[in-house]
Design a protein around this ligand. Structure first.
Ligand code: GLN
Length: 544
């Protein structure tokens, strides 16, 4: 087993996830089977119960695990589907250590962080690499070196490097090199400090990846090399890029591929990037700008809708269309109706998933606009449920129609709790989660979009469309385009509209740079068509 550890210094939010994903891509491009694990040193068992404002989007895996959003980056960069074992949290580790202690597995010993917690971490990493048939396992340690939380993990990795031996494990440390002052001087001191912190716990980094606004000059690289005891060719500069998908090539250009091969004693084959480079070339030369309005609740934090944004970037790299996203807080729409006028000038509308009552009326208003003004529309999960509410109210004339999530006593519950949810205790990991089979109506527009009638899509919801209303919906032109095997409504489409789809599942989790999701491609194509047929005088002004 070979292990490549990626740690982070100075601050969080440096793009460590993208760095790890890109390093994985470098190895994969050389035909080396890889897998990745993300360590999240918080006590939550998984990300499912966390507010998107704190950690960004909750990314759902095939097996229904609600994971950190970096798992989404890994899947997109590696083109591989991962499972829950690839997201290791302190909560998970402690839970299994405590379960073992209660069973008596420790045979009367005092159970301690070292060796029991660290032992559990090492065992989990080894088993994961083995179960995945991976030659190299990349381990991304969340948080910043020096945090109390991540100590047991770094200690476990230090022990592991000793066990697997020379040439089997390497440490990549990602840091910030800020540029400060009137002359824009690059500062290495924070990097020096964070490397010192790492060395204090017995880890000597082999590679330093310096993040910052601009490329590092040779003398700054030399300075980091000298102070941090890393050879100059292992000080790598990754300045901000126009798209994250450039990062593997930025690393390649500085010789990181052969460097990793040397450090891990792997064959250094010629890397293969044909499809990746084609994607990037199309992405870079994209013109024909279009604007997609996104109406959600967590719009101040873009990471809350990361996979949607990535899905649109994937379309840009395939269609050569510059996809701009305009973010609207759904609550603002009800306070400031002029915003609806701006959405009317957009080329498409996405209403993503969400929970709770805040902002739902704004979502309903935006959807009504898209329906009336023939604006291409995609409703995902809550967005789909709100489309059903909108139609029920404004087309079927059921003024009080709602989801029971917002109005438990509504006389017209067009969206209601899944039967099995009524008796489930707790909020952690109890939704209808993960990949479920969806059967599309054979002659539906949705089936034409996908080019098939059987799919697997990922889910995360508690409520569903009430089948009692289906006939009335169909009479109003909103017909069922997809059903689950056990008869739940999975997708709707609206007749007489250029593009109006709602899906109960989350297509954004399956879009990848090398294979964009058909629903996003469809939305972007429809948006281009709308713009070309009816060019509007000026693009909608940006919203802060
Ligand atoms: N709140 C809705 C439900 O639980 C939708 C969930 C979502 O959008 N992910 O069914």
């Amino acid at each position: 087993m070979k292990v490549l550890v990626v740690s982070g210094g100075v601050i969080s939010g440096l793009g460590k996830g993208i760095t790890t994903s890109s390093l994985g891509r470098l190895l994969k491009a050389r035909g080396i089977p890889v897998t990745i694990v993300k360590i999240d040193p918080y006590l939550n068992v998984d990300a499912g119960t966390m507010n998107p404002y704190q950690h960004g989007e909750v990314f759902v895996l095939d097996d229904g695990t609600e994971a950190d959003l970096d798992l989404g980056n890994y899947e997109r960069f590696l083109g591989q589907s991962l499972s829950g074992g690839h997201n290791l949290t302190t909560g998970k580790i402690y839970r299994s250590v405590i379960d073992k202690e209660r069973r008596g597995d420790y045979l009367g010993n005092t159970v301690q962080i070292i060796p029991h917690v660290t032992g559990e971490i090492k065992r989990t990493i080894r088993e994961l690499a083995e179960a995945n048939g991976a030659e190299v396992i990349l381990v991304e340690v969340g948080g910043t070196v020096g945090d109390i939380e991540s100590m047991p993990f770094l200690e476990a990795l230090r022990e592991l490097s000793y066990e697997v031996g020379e040439g089997h494990m390497a440490f990549v440390h990602t840091t910030l090199v800020p540029v400060v002052g009137p002359v824009g001087e690059a500062k290495t001191k924070p990097t020096q400090h964070s490397v010192r912190e790492l060395r204090a716990i017995g880890i000597r980094p082999n590679v330093i990846i310096a993040r910052g606004p601009a490329p590092l000059s040779p003398d700054i690289k030399a300075k980091i090399s000298l102070f941090c005891d890393v050879p100059p060719e292992a000080v790598i500069s990754v300045p901000d890029q126009a798209t994250i998908y450039e990062v593997p090539l930025v690393l390649e250009a500085q010789g990181v591929g052969p460097l990793l091969a040397r450090l891990l004693r792997l064959p250094d084959r010629e890397p293969e990037y044909a499809a990746w480079k084609e994607f990037l070339a199309t992405y870079r030369r994209a013109d024909r700008p279009i604007e997609i309005a996104v109406v959600g609740k967590y719009t101040e934090l873009r990471d809350a809708y990361l996979s949607h944004a990535e899905a649109f970037h994937h379309c840009q790299g395939h269609l050569g269309v510059e996809v701009g996203m305009q973010w609207y807080d759904a609550e603002d729409l009800t306070r400031n109706p002029a915003l609806l006028g701006r959405i009317a000038r957009s080329d498409g509308l996405l209403v993503p998933g969400g929970f709770g009552a805040r902002g739902v009326e704004g979502k309903v208003q935006a959807i009504e606009l898209a329906r009336r003004e023939q604006i291409p529309f995609l409703g995902v999960c809550y967005g789909f449920q709100m489309a059903a509410v909108e139609l029920a109210r404004n087309v079927l004339g059921l003024a009080e129609a709602n989801t029971t999530e917002v109005a438990p006593a509504t006389p017209e519950p067009v969206v209601c709790l899944l039967e099995e949810q009524k008796t489930l205790p707790g909020l952690g990991g109890t939704m209808r989660l993960g990949a479920q089979k969806v059967l599309l109506t054979p002659d539906s527009a949705l089936a034409r979009l996908y080019g098939k009638t059987e799919l697997w899509e990922r889910h995360r919801h508690r409520y569903e469309i009430n089948p009692k209303y289906l006939e009335r919906f169909a009479a109003a032109g909103l017909s069922v385009a997809g059903m689950s095997v056990d008869g739940r409504v999975e997708a709707f489409e609206l007749a007489g509209h250029p593009f109006f789809f709602g899906v109960q599942y989350h297509p954004e989790f399956l879009s990848r740079p090398e294979s964009p999701h058909p629903l996003y491609l469809g939305l972007v194509r429809a948006a281009v068509a709308r713009k070309e047929v009816a060019p509007r005088a000026a693009p909608a002004p940006a919203v802060a």
